[in-house]
Design a protein around this ligand. Structure first.
Ligand SMILES: Cc1cc2nc3c(=O)[nH]c(=O)nc-3n(C[C@H](O)[C@H](O)[C@H](O)COP(=O)(O)OP(=O)(O)OC[C@H]3O[C@@H](n4cnc5c(N)ncnc54)[C@H](O)[C@@H]3O)c2cc1C
Ligand code: SF4
Length: 323
């Protein structure tokens, strides 16, 4: 492991200025992803800036929002009665991820910023444009069972791994961030980016931007569900996942919010499927038409064509259950 300096600043502003001024510095939260990457040599920072004592560990209500401090642990978030009763899709997504021990360490800020589980990214002996820009993509022409079917580029076909992020995308959450130029908010659906020709950048955050909280608007009308399909029943990342909110009145769909996981470089908001659903009868035919409309954009790789029918069936099944 490369030697690094450890900083524990007194306040968030100092932490942001320290990281923004030093290209080799990174924030350390629960460490469940970052420390693994230090050990593997995937991340080689010169300075770790500990933020565990700087980000809020509270969930607070203000102006109709539920504001989740970036330091709230995943296990505490999943257990919070307000989350369980008003945003069950969020609690279900958290409980579908990792293990009890990991959720006790993992934070609300760190979970959506964890990096791809692409095996080539984690293996420093192989070329990878995300780890080492310009070196090539070993996944293209390689093993692609877990890779993207939406929005990939010739430079990277990786998927984003967070379950929580998929639920946050469906719930229209907002990210509050503190940067060198002050505070700003980012719609959660715009936090992550597609790889394009700069696959090393996972999000729109600038170096030194600190997530301070993730804010949920008032709960949407309707029923909510998170369903994750994976190779093992626990302790595995999604092959595909669906976060869905569906409101039905007198047999007609009045609102639908859907996001997919395991299929793109970011949580994939299924805007086109939602358009098909709104105002249509809540029937299997509608659900299938919505799935087909969204999946028409899919560009599977030789190793992951199975994700297209799998995601179609998963979405139809979740919508049927919610209607
Ligand atoms: C074996 C294993 C299985 C797992 N399975 C799943 C799973 O099924 N589903 C799932 O979703 N996750 C899974 N995880 C991932 C785990 O949930 C993440 O590692 C964890 O949520 C990351 O949070 P953290 O607080 O530990 O982040 P850290 O590891 O501390 O940080 C991760 C990244 O985020 C940055 N960062 C952290 N906080 C902030 C902030 N507030 N502002 C700006 N930058 C920040 C860090 O600099 C770093 O780059 C698994 C992990 C392991 C090891
Ligand atoms: S898919 Fe992306 S992360 Fe994986 S090897 Fe290619 S460039 Fe690297």
């Amino acid at each position: 492991m490369k030697p690094f300096t450890y900083d524990s600043p007194a306040d968030a502003g100092t932490a942001v200025r320290t990281v923004a001024a030093d290209p080799s510095a990174v924030f350390l939260a629960g460490g469940t992803n970052l420390v693994d990457h230090l050990k593997l040599g995937v991340a080689r920072p010169g300075r770790l800036v500990d933020i565990t004592h700087l980000t809020s560990t509270e969930i607070t209500e203000r102006d109709g929002l539920l504001s989740i401090g970036a330091g709230v642990r995943n296990s505490d978030l999943a257990a919070d009665p307000r989350i369980r009763s008003r945003y069950p899709v969020l609690a279900e997504s958290l409980l579908a991820g990792a293990s009890g021990q990991l959720r006790n360490m993992a934070t609300t800020g760190g979970n959506p910023l964890q990096r791809t589980r692409c095996a080539y990214f984690q293996d420093v002996t192989t070329p990878c444009n995300k780890r080492e820009p310009g070196s090539g993509c070993s996944a293209i022409g390689g093993y692609t069972r877990y890779h993207a079917i939406f929005g990939a580029s010739e430079h990277c076909v990786a998927t984003h791994p967070s379950d929580l992020a998929v639920a946050l995308a469906a719930l229209d959450a907002e990210v509050s961030a503190l940067g060198a130029d002050g505070a700003r908010t980012i719609p959660f659906t715009e936090l992550h980016r597609l790889p394009g020709d700069i696959p090393e950048r996972d999000t729109v955050l600038a170096h030194g931007d600190l997530i301070t909280s993730i804010d949920l608007p008032a709960p949407p009308a309707g029923e909510q569900r998170y369903r994750k399909v994976r190779d093992r029943a626990s302790y595995a990342f999604a092959l595909v996942s669906v976060a869905a909110v569906l409101a039905v009145e007198d047999g007609t769909i009045v609102d639908a919010r859907i996001a997919f996981g395991g299929v793109a470089h970011k949580p994939w908001r299924a805007w086109q499927a939602e358009d098909v659903l709104r105002g249509a009868p809540a029937t299997d035919a509608t659900f299938r038409a919505a799935a087909e409309e969204e999946l028409a954009q899919a560009r599977p790789l030789p190793g992951n064509e199975f994700k297209v029918p799998l995601l179609t069936r998963t979405l139809v099944s979740v919508l049927r259950e919610l209607s």
